[in-house]
Design a protein around this ligand. Structure first.
Ligand SMILES: C[S@@+](CC[C@H](N)C(=O)[O-])C[C@H]1O[C@@H](n2cnc3c(N)ncnc32)[C@H](O)[C@@H]1O
Length: 498
């Protein structure tokens, strides 16, 4: 594994190249970070420039940085004007060559494992994002990487630590790679203070303490202990203002900080974000300025004043009461999931999904097609969702066209019935069906029906009694249910067993 600039240079000169950008990576980029108008991107550790050139193709104005001059020389030859190619040690050099107005997208592909101060560097890159911007990290997974090459990959703990530093963090696993989409970096004083750019924590003047909290949770955490009765009020969302006096630890709490409430009785805890801290001269003044039902929803104002004075004698009240208003945003990052999404997918039952259209003639009599397969069931036009990216309504329109030759356009999807079919001897997987209203077909449309002989050999129109005669009872149950749902006479949910 290369650790210095010289080693990377020598590696490139010796012909070392890295895995080419895959189709799934291209799809994920197009899906999650399409270029906004006048979008600007930064590719960090761009190597010979394939990703930077791809981002330019997506519509971004691209800056691409690498500390290897050999790699950059090849990038310039191959991709010329696609990017501004900048030689920069992203962890050591001054960043003034970067675009001062920030970036909508910053990418690090196969780079994060090599960074010496990964947390700090990613944090500082996060600060270069424009509002709403995204940092994408693409990295091999340690679990899929041979032990001798472990250094080029990140393991689950490292990935989780990285994700936890962002308020919005999505992970997509693809072909042995993790593709992280990170938005809204969390505030992080430790890394900011020792950053190479010297951006430290801003002191918070008391006059600005009552400002709105920022949207992202803070890493500054304070611990408040509550009697069970008050903890229960917070836990149930009814208590949203806490009152304390300005001891040094409480005076240090700012809007945007996290408070972890501990239940003295049960040991349970929960975390919230402080929205506002308001200092008062006395409890009386505080109760005039605050809605007392948010401090204690079960006590009258006068009762509350007595309680506060019984907890805090005059010398404590003289420190100055503080009202902490909070909302229900989490103050701490969520726990790590016990397994990756792919692992989780292996643990749950799998289902097939179908989508079909309930169509009728001009007299509202149902139209069905007779299958050439198996028990020759009568079916609605539609079929199984077997195409990536399709939703059940699109499936129903596509299948109806394939099966009848009609381009049925019911407009806004109107779901009549959701059908859950349990797995059984004739069906190894559970099945979920969405039956949409396909509306009425005109006589002219009916005349133009052209069946696909590989699937159906007959179509027919009957009233419900006619269909009851023709269909097996279980199959008729679905027709009956969808018609009743259409008329508003039955539930829009049907469960059957094969
Ligand atoms: C494995 S290569 C990946 C190259 C490219 N992103 C790709 O996907 O093919 C890692 C790249 O990061 C660059 N790099 C590593 N540390 C760096 C640093 N501190 N500053 C700038 N570039 C760095 C290396 O020179 C190398 O080109």
């Amino acid at each position: 594994m290369f650790t210095s600039q010289e080693e990377w240079d020598r590696g490139y000169a010796d012909g070392c190249r890295y895995r080419q950008l895959g189709d799934s990576e291209r799809t994920l980029l197009a899906t999650h970070v399409p270029a906004p108008d006048a979008g600007r991107a930064l590719d960090v550790g761009c190597g010979v420039g394939e990703l930077a050139a791809h981002l330019a193709g997506l519509g971004y104005a691209v800056d691409a940085v690498d500390w290897s001059e050999t790699a950059l020389a090849e990038a310039r030859t191959r991709h010329r004007e696609a990017a501004r190619w900048l030689r920069l040690d992203v962890e050591g050099d001054d960043w003034s060559p970067l675009h001062a107005g920030g970036y909508d997208l910053i990418t690090l592909r196969f780079v994060a494992p090599f960074l010496n101060a990964r947390d700090r560097t990613l944090h500082m890159l996060g600060r270069r994002l424009r509002p709403g911007g995204t940092l994408v990290v693409i990295t091999p997974l340690a679990a899929d990487t041979p032990a001798e090459r472990r250094g080029i990959a990140l393991d689950e703990d490292e990935l989780e630590a990285l994700r936890n530093r962002w308020a919005i963090a999505e992970r997509h696993d693809t072909e042995g790679l993790a593709f992280l989409v990170l938005r809204s970096p969390r505030r992080n004083e430790a890394t900011a203070q020792d950053s190479p750019l010297g951006v430290g924590k801003q002191a918070t003047p008391s006059s600005t303490r009552n400002g709105e909290a920022t949207a992202t949770a803070s890493l500054r955490e304070h611990h408040f202990h509550l009697l069970g009765r008050y903890y229960g009020q917070v836990e149930s969302g009814r208590k949203t203002v806490e009152v304390r006096v300005a001891t040094p630890d409480k005076a240090a709490v700012d809007a945007g900080d996290a408070i972890v409430f501990h239940d003295r009785d049960s040991g349970r805890e929960l975390d919230i974000v402080v929205k506002r801290v308001t200092p008062y001269a006395s409890f009386e003044e505080l109760l005039s300025g605050e809605d007392s039902s948010r401090i204690d929803p079960d006590a009258a104002r006068e009762e509350l004043l007595v309680k506060l004075r019984s907890i805090y004698p005059p010398d404590k009240e003289a420190l100055g009461p503080l009202a902490f208003e909070f909302d229900h945003r989490p103050g701490r990052p969520g726990h790590s999931l016990p397994m990756t999404p792919s692992q989780y997918a292996q643990t749950v039952p799998h289902h097939t999904v179908y989508g079909c259209l309930y169509v009728r003639d001009e007299h509202d009599r149902p139209i069905q097609l007779r299958s050439v397969y198996g028990s020759r069931l009568w079916q609605f036009p539609g079929g199984n969702l077997d195409t990536q990216g399709e939703d059940p309504f699109q499936t129903s329109l596509r299948e109806a066209f394939e099966e009848t030759g009609l381009e049925i356009d019911p407009g806004t999807p109107k779901l009549l019935l959701t059908h859950f079919l349990h797995a059984g001897p004739r069906l190894p997987l559970n099945k979920v069906g969405f039956i949409f209203d396909g509306g009425r077909l005109t006589t002219d449309q009916l005349r133009r029906i052209r069946l696909d002989a590989a699937e159906h050999d007959l179509w027919a129109v009957h009233d419900l009694d006619g269909w009851r005669q023709l269909m097996a009872p279980l199959a008729f149950t679905r027709l009956d249910a969808v018609e009743r749902a259409r008329l508003g006479e039955g539930p829009a949910y049907l469960i059957t067993h094969t």
